[in-house]
Design a binder for this molecule. Structure first.
Ligand code: GDP
Length: 566
């Protein structure tokens, strides 16, 4: 009975799907002239540049793959390999690099979907979690926060969310794994609001039929999407049927119980939930919430539609000359990540640049505004899964990889205008610290040169036990993720000829401090506390545990403490 109803509903729906598809117009608001020409306004309006933030295992790899599947960038899910298999291989960076090939640096995945150009920035997770993960968020215009329906907000989600919130980045929430029993959706939403202090507005709502995930209801479009289980195990797009809640066929397909439950939930959400507020979404104070299952593809497409419709097109970036808008005709961009030696045979570095304004063309000349020199931006690349592709032009929101011989640093501006310097990329507090011990004391110069270069690249942060970094004291390196240490040792030995080992320092919880130097020195000598100085000779304290941190913060009122370098 049910299946018969379902089949008819499916036939009815295809027409409806077409109607809905045509509602989504990335170019709404762009005038007719811009629409018809291949103009900068047209190209900017159709771009969406975002990153996925999540705790390990929430399903980021799976969702990424499914977005690529729907974007037509891959034809069968399961073809983006490598990451999952390599999850534990954090100790051997070279092996990691060889086995993953370019996938370590498939930092940007670009695909077209429904008229949009989607730039999905990969945020390394798991063992390869590093400062790069945070820095990538600076290049994104919005973020998708992916949650496991049993676990809700987890530690890593919280850390990444905090970076987005500080920058007022719009955040879209996707509750994943709804194909298996999880936390009650209403409770999940309540938990997100309480934990992250952000308003939630559910755009899609899960439909359960006999306790099985059967579809989602799109509250914005008032459409029911029902999914049919198939034999492809999520490797192909899900079979969907769609219609309005009033539709007799849809109602029949849903069944009385599922229908009553859905109508009850929707009434509750309408009455008690936060009303949808697009301005609040753009300001980062309200997050639209979606439910789905990346594994079975259920809910992925409705999410993609709504997300692309609601997410901002490329936004402006602040600079010394004020905000630079994407429609500024002069080309400008900033480097947010540098990946060294991806290919051991070529020893090249790739600097990832986010275009902020104007049109980028291959082999164009641009001013490297930190040094004032004009450089030719040759051999630009974009990245699609495992392949590099040559780029001939790029627009605001795009990310390109530039070959670099050591001239570029994280945060550098490249522009056809010499007077633009974008606001620097903040440093993020390391979570792990270690002393760098030279195997051969005669190699001190090489080690210093290596550490200086690696710090500039943003591969690690270097600290010293006294303010004068030049003489004597053993340097201490700090990293956000442990893989950064492996990469550091490897590069010190192979690129700078300075084999070293690391002695881990217990504790972390760094706080940069301001206050009378004598007071800082006194506190730094206390048990459970270590005083360090960063490369700019700013003092910071490391605490062995959160208790000594809290104790000190409470007692030492003459000191001001900061979680990131002030
Ligand atoms: P990542 O660590 O966030 O990249 O997560 P993965 O995509 O590697 O997924 C972690 C595990 O969760 C894998 O075993 C996936 O098959 C599983 N997973 C991902 N999405 C779903 C989903 O929608 N439903 C279920 N049941 N499992 C999922």
């Amino acid at each position: 009975m049910f299946f018969a109803g379902f089949a008819v509903a499916a036939a009815f729906i295809n027409k409806a799907t077409n109607e809905v598809l045509s509602e989504t117009d990335p170019l709404a608001g762009v005038d007719a002239h811009a629409k018809s020409s291949n103009s900068a306004a047209h190209e900017t309006a159709r771009r969406r540049t975002f990153a996925i933030i999540s705790h390990p295992d929430a399903g980021k790899t799976t969702l990424t793959e499914k977005l690529l599947l729907y974007g037509g960038a891959i034809h069968l899910a399961g073809s983006v390999k490598g990451r999952r298999a390599q999850r534990h291989a954090t100790s051997d960076w070279m092996t990691l690099e060889q086995e993953r090939g370019i996938s370590v640096t498939s930092s940007v995945m670009q695909f077209e979907y429904d008229g949009y150009v989607v730039n999905l920035l990969d945020t390394p997770g798991h063992g390869d979690f590093s400062e790069d993960t945070y820095r990538t968020l600076i290049a994104a215009d919005s973020a998708v926060m992916l949650l496991d329906n049993r676990r809700g907000v987890e530690e890593r989600t919280r850390q990444l969310f905090a970076v987005c919130k500080r920058r007022r980045t719009p955040i879209f929430t996707f509750v994943n794994k709804c194909d298996r029993a999880g936390e009650d959706p209403l409770k999940l939403i309540g938990d997100v609001e309480a934990d992250l202090e952000i308003d939630c507005h559910a755009i899609t709502w899960p439909i359960f039929r006999e306790d099985r995930f059967a579809g989602v209801f799109d509250r914005r479009r008032q459409r029911v999407h029902l999914f049919a289980a198939d034999e492809h195990h999520g490797s192909r797009q899900a079979t969907v049927s769609e219609g309005s809640l009033d539709d007799a066929l849809v109602r029949e397909a849903l069944g009385t119980e599922a229908l009553e439950r859905l109508e009850h939930d929707i009434a509750l959400l309408d009455a008690a939930g936060h009303p949808f507020d697009h301005a609040a979404v753009i300001a980062g104070t309200q997050t639209p919430v979606f439910f789905g299952s990346a594994l079975t593809n259920f809910g992925v497409e409705p999410f993609l539609h709504e997300f692309l419709d609601l997410a901002p097109s490329p936004t402006s970036r602040n600079s010394t000359t004020g905000p630079i808008q994407p429609d500024d005709k002069d080309f400008s961009g900033f480097v947010f990540k540098i990946q060294a030696n991806m290919d051991a045979r070529h020893r090249d570095r790739i600097a990832f640049m986010r275009v902020v304004s104007g049109r980028f063309e291959a082999a164009m000349d641009a001013v490297h505004t930190r040094t004032g020199q004009t450089i030719r931006l040759s051999s630009p690349q974009t990245f699609m899964a495992r392949e590099r592709t040559a780029v001939t032009e790029a627009w605001p929101g795009d990310v390109i990889g530039l070959f670099d011989r050591g001239a570029l640093r994280i945060g550098d501006t490249l522009s056809t205008r010499s007077d633009i310097v974008f606001d620097g990329i903040p440093r993020f507090a390391p979570e792990h610290f270690a002393r760098v011990v030279l195997a051969d004391p005669m190699r001190r110069k090489q080690m210093d040169a290596g550490l200086r270069q690696l710090t500039e690249e943003g591969a690690a942060q270097v600290f010293f036990t006294s303010p004068s970094a030049v003489a004597g004291p053993v340097p201490i390196v700090g990293a956000v993720g442990l893989l950064q240490f492996d990469v550091l040792l490897h590069r010190l030995e192979h690129e700078y000829g300075a084999p070293c080992r690391l002695e881990r320092i217990s504790g972390g919880n760094p706080r940069w401090v301001k206050g009378p130097p004598a007071e800082i020195a006194r506190v730094g000598n206390q048990r459970g506390c270590t005083l360090l100085f960063d490369a700019r000779e700013q003092p910071l304290l490391l605490f062995e545990d959160v208790w000594s941190l809290r104790y000190t913060l409470e007692r030492e009122t003459s000191l001001q403490c900061f979680e990131v370098a002030p």
